[in-house]
Design a protein around this ligand. Structure first.
Ligand code: ADP
Ligand code: MG
Length: 263
């Protein structure tokens, strides 16, 4: 079965620094390597930094695309890593603050435009921190929402607030939980269970556990060196975990995709 239009997968967390951008960009590469045509939209509208993560000089022109000035083809940047399939990035220039004060109409328009990028099989939406209008609208309109949390207690309370508000907007479709920067599997499970317990008790909702990504200092090292983790450490535990996640999010060549979304 081929799905009509791209599958929208939003990556959020509430708290900043939990690894949303890392997860969005590495998942994009993993889906591309499976044969999907992938677009990453950097929806951290005020503090766009995906191009910095990727060491790209050109990040695309999201503001131009949104205003209708720039066609999609000219508004995207291609991300190419030797030995891997390319994927595309749609972002505002880092440090420009170009979309920091985007109003509700602009955010709704972005959400509708992403639904219509017919060339792609999947759009990964790297949400900003917080639980503002852009974050909640884009999450509620997506097919899958992944909450990236860490064992940090502040990440837990922020993730709970994010889940609660997404549930409210969607009428009860629960995001999936991904624990990043965990020391090991038991710590990750405990972290996810703490949120699941609160969600069951107070929100009467089950939140599926998608898995965990271990703390891996090679992630930080590559970001600092502006080099690709996929090239330097293709078999590191963090990338192995990301690759494992693709199946749970219905990953695979478009013609083979028949898995229902998380929601
Ligand atoms: N699994 C991991 N192990 C070690 N460091 C990580 C891991 N995931 C993310 N990081 C680091 O954490 C920092 C924040 O990640 P980032 O993706 O920018 O977070 P966010 O987008 O949620 O603000 C970055 O320096 C990144 O390299
Ligand atoms: Mg980010």
């Amino acid at each position: 079965m081929t799905l009509a239009g791209p599958r929208l997968t939003a990556i959020g967390s509430g708290k900043g620094g939990t690894g949303k951008t890392f997860v969005a960009l590495t998942l994009a590469q993993a889906f591309a390597d499976l044969g999907e045509r992938v677009l990453v939209c950097d929806a951290d509208l005020g503090l766009s930094n995906t191009s910095v993560h990727l060491g790209l000089a050109h990040c695309g022109d999201l503001p131009g695309f949104l205003s209708g000035r720039t066609p999609l083809k000219a508004a995207i940047a291609s991300v190419t890593t030797e030995g891997h399939e390319p994927f595309d990035l749609l972002a505002a220039p880092p440090g420009s603050g170009a979309l920091a004060s985007a109003d509700k109409a602009t955010i709704d328009k972005l959400s509708q435009l992403l639904r219509r990028v017919a060339f792609y099989d999947r759009v990964l939406i790297d949400l900003g921190a917080g639980i503002g209008e852009a974050v909640l609208t884009l999450a509620a309109d997506a097919d899958d929402v992944v909450v990236v949390m860490t064992p940090d207690p502040a990440a837990l309370t922020d993730a709970y607030a994010f889940v609660k508000l997404v549930l409210k907007r969607t009428g009860g479709r629960a995001p999936g939980l991904l624990v990043n920067m965990a020391a090991n599997a038991p710590e990750a499970k405990r972290t996810a269970e703490a949120l699941s317990h609160s969600a069951r008790t107070f929100l009467k909702t089950a939140t599926p556990y998608l898995g965990f990504i271990p703390t891996d200092m090679r992630v930080v090292e590559c970001l600092r060196r502006q080099s690709s983790l996929w090239q330097s450490y293709p078999h590191c535990p963090a990338l192995t975990a990301i690759t494992g996640l693709t199946g749970l999010l219905g990953g695979g060549p478009a013609r083979l995709r028949a898995t229902a979304s998380l929601r």
